[in-house]
Structures are given as structure tokens and as C-alpha cells.
Write a protein that binds this ligand. Structure first.
Ligand SMILES: Cc1ncc(COP(=O)(O)O)c(C=O)c1O
Length: 371
């Protein structure tokens, strides 16, 4: 109708809309997708890659980019893998999905299960889950159980239950999760025209670093990239089993998403580190919170504390002179800052009370400004 009318007035400007393609369709050739896999989507993937001038100035690196995964539908990178895992669960005839989670996996599983019409059960470590993530899982209708133990305990229980066949396990030990998550590496290569020279990434259960490395390997095979990046993974100092080379019984960090003492994909992380000639290192909570505040106040990007571990690690490497000549670096910001309002409130000042007049606001804020 509109097209016809525009033609009548001599304006041949209408072109049909280019609809966004669901992640599992866009990368079907690289994913375990069959004709009978449902084309499930909530609009995941295709997240922004944002240049970071303040980080470039601080580190002296020519190009620093941030992969803003908090802009996925449920606010974290988990959606990339979850869409594939839940679609495959539906294809396989599952009626329910199950996961252990520090919060983001639970939020994502609950959303995709709701969309696909499956039941969802999530096991969370008691008292260690950020408020926003808990709220998401509940509102999406998951059955939320608070386990009296750590994330590692919750994953053990979930694996045991899944082995009994009660539900499909959608933690990153499910290979479909890794397949979906590797698409972030493809997107980075497409955006930059090649892989970066180094990729900085937080490491918790180590599924994501495993997935990215698989993605970069496949990207070179598929000629999406000529090189592969060094993989620089960062754990929180109080939860750094891979760095220390031993399980951590009581992991502790402000970055609750990576408070994990016995990563399920430990081997995958070592492989990514060694094959890429990269490193897995620890950053303190102070370094994580400094990077978190810097990202918000200088780059305008609000991520969650665990995500800031990637930037904390990059800043630490720059300060200690171990950038190894990297000129193009990508830091993965895994989740949105809105997930963890308590972490933000600990850093932020409470709003000042002021009378509801222009004069009062002027006196308080602009009194010394030259107009
Ligand atoms: C925001 C955020 N960042 C990083 C991670 C760590 O990812 P992985 O457990 O795959 O290493 C998680 C895991 O829950 C997360 O939620």
C-alpha cells in the first residue's frame, strides 16, 4: 500500500525491511541445527562492539573494544548458548530444563524455557546471587531453589538429577551451550574484519573462554579471520582455582557470577590458554571494582562486577608491561550492571535531598558556575 502510494507521487524510496535473523538461523551452518530444531529466539546475539577511548589512553593500546554482552535479551552472554540448548532440548522431546547457577544462567534458562513452553528448575547457591538475576528467574516462572551450599555443590546436584533423566541439563557442560556461545567470536571477527590480537575475558566455570576459543579456531578455518587471538582469562583472586592449580573450597569475591571453586570446563580453559599462548591470571576485588567504576564513569558502560574482571586484567597487564605488542584488544563485558544493583549502590552516593525549586537546585549545583 505504502509502496504503491509512494510510487504514485514519484517517490520510489521504499525498500522491504531487513528483518533481524535469529542467531540459530544466522549461524546455522556452524551450529548443530537440523530441520527439526525449533527456530527459537528472543533476539539474542548481534551485540555492540564499542570502542573504548579511555582504556586506549590508559593502556597505550591502539584499539580497545568492548563486546557488550549485557545487551542480550536477559542481560548476559548466556542467552547465546541457552537458545541453542533449549531449542535442542525441545527437539529431543524434553519437558523440563534444569541448571545450577550463580544467577545469569538461571535467568536465561528461565526466559527461554518460558518461551519454549518448558518447565524450568534452577538451583542457586544460598545468599550468593545478585538481586536482578533472582528476580528474573522468578518472574520468568522458574522453580527457584536456594541450595545450602556453593555453586559447585549446586552443579553436582544438578548433574546427578539430570543423569536420572528428570530434565535436560542446560549448564555449560551441555555442549550445545558452548556451540551457541562461540558465535560471539564470529561476530567479533565479522565486525573487525579479523580476530583481535588479544581477547580479555572473565573466567568462572570456564565455559565461555572454552566457547570463544572454539569460535576463533573455527573462524580461521571458515576464513572469517586470518589470525587467532591470545586468550587472556581473568579469575577473581578469591576464586582462582585455575591460577592456583587447585580447587578452592570456599571461593569468595564481590564478583558473584565468578565465585566458583571448581570450574567444570577447567580443561577447556587450559587448552584456550596454551594453544593461544595466552594466560589465565587473578585480579583482586579492588581491581575489579576500580575497573567497574572506570567503565561506567569514563566509557559510559554499566556492566556487572564479574564482567569488569576482563578490563581489570587488561589494566593490570598494561601497568606491568605485559601487553606483548597487542594493538587490537577486545574485552568481553559478559553481563549488564543492572543485574546487581547492590554492587552499584555500594559505590554510588545516595541522591541528595533538595527543595523542589530551581533556586535550590541552582544553589546546590551551579552556584560557582560562570553562566
Ligand atoms: C556475568 C558473568 N561473567 C562471567 C561469567 C563466567 O563465565 P564462565 O562461567 O563461562 O566462565 C559468568 C558466569 O556465570 C557470568 O554470569
Amino acid at each position: 500500500m505504502l509502496t504503491a502510494r509512494l510510487r504514485l507521487v514519484g517517490l520510489d524510496i521504499y525498500s522491504p525491511p531487513v528483518l533481524p535473523r535469529p542467531l540459530i538461523e544466522r549461524y546455522a551452518a556452524h551450529l548443530p541445527i537440523t530441520a527439526s530444531t525449533p527456530r527459537l529466539t528472543l533476539g539474542e546475539g548481534d551485540t555492540p562492539l564499542v570502542r573504548a577511548p579511555a582504556l586506549e589512553a590508559r593502556t597505550g593500546i591502539a584499539q580497545v573494544w568492548l563486546k557488550v554482552e549485557g545487551q542480550n535479551p536477559t542481560g548476559s552472554f548466556k542467552d547465546r548458548g541457552m537458545v541453542v540448548a533449549v531449542a535442542k532440548a525441545v527437539e529431543g522431546g524434553a519437558r523440563a530444563v534444569l541448571c545450577a547457577s550463580t544467577g545469569n544462567t538461571a535467568a536465561s534458562a528461565a526466559a527461554y524455557a518460558a518461551r519454549a513452553g518448558l518447565r524450568c528448575v534452577v538451583l542457586l547457591p544460598e545468599g550468593q546471587v545478585a538481586l536482578g538475576k533472582l528476580a528474573q528467574a522468578e518472574v520468568f516462572g522458574a522453580r527457584v531453589l536456594s541450595l545450602q551450599g556453593s555453586f559447585d555443590d549446586a552443579l553436582r546436584v544438578a548433574r546427578e538429577l539430570a543423569a536420572d533423566g528428570v530434565a535436560a541439563l542446560v549448564n555449560s557442560v551441555n555442549p550445545h551451550r558452548i556451540e551457541g556461545q562461540k558465535t560471539a567470536a564470529f561476530e567479533i571477527c565479522e565486525a573487525l574484519g579479523d580476530a583481535p590480537e588479544a581477547l580479555c575475558i572473565p573466567v568462572g566455570n570456564a565455559g565461555n573462554i572454552t566457547a570463544y576459543w572454539k569460535g576463533f579456531r573455527e573462524a580461521t578455518e571458515a576464513r572469517m579471520a586470518r589470525r587467532r587471538p591470545r586468550m587472556w582469562g581473568f579469575q577473581a583472586a578469591g576464586a582462582a582455582p585455575i591460577v592456583e592449580g587447585r580447587r578452592v573450597e570456599r571461593p569468595d569475591t564481590v564478583a558473584t557470577a565468578i565465585r566458583i571453586g571448581n570450574p567444570a570446563s577447567w580443561e577447556g580453559a587450559l587448552r584456550a590458554r596454551d594453544e593461544s599462548r595466552g594466560a589465565i591470571e587473578a585480579v583482586s576485588d579492588e581491581e575489579i571494582l576500580a575497573a567497574y567504576a572506570l567503565l561506567a564513569s569514563r566509557e559510559g558502560i554499566f556492566c556487572e562486577p564479574a564482567s569488569a574482571a576482563s578490563v581489570a586484567g587488561l589494566l593490570k597487564r598494561a601497568a606491568t608491561g605485559v601487553l606483548e605488542g597487542a594493538e587490537v584488544v577486545v574485552c568481553v563485558l559478559t553481563g549488564s550492571g543492572l543485574k546487581d544493583p547492590d554492587a552499584a549502590r555500594r559505590l554510588a552516593r545516595a541522591p541528595e535531598r533538595v527543595a523542589a525549586t530551581a533556586a535550590a537546585v541552582r544553589d546546590r549545583v551551579f552556584a560557582s558556575a560562570v553562566v
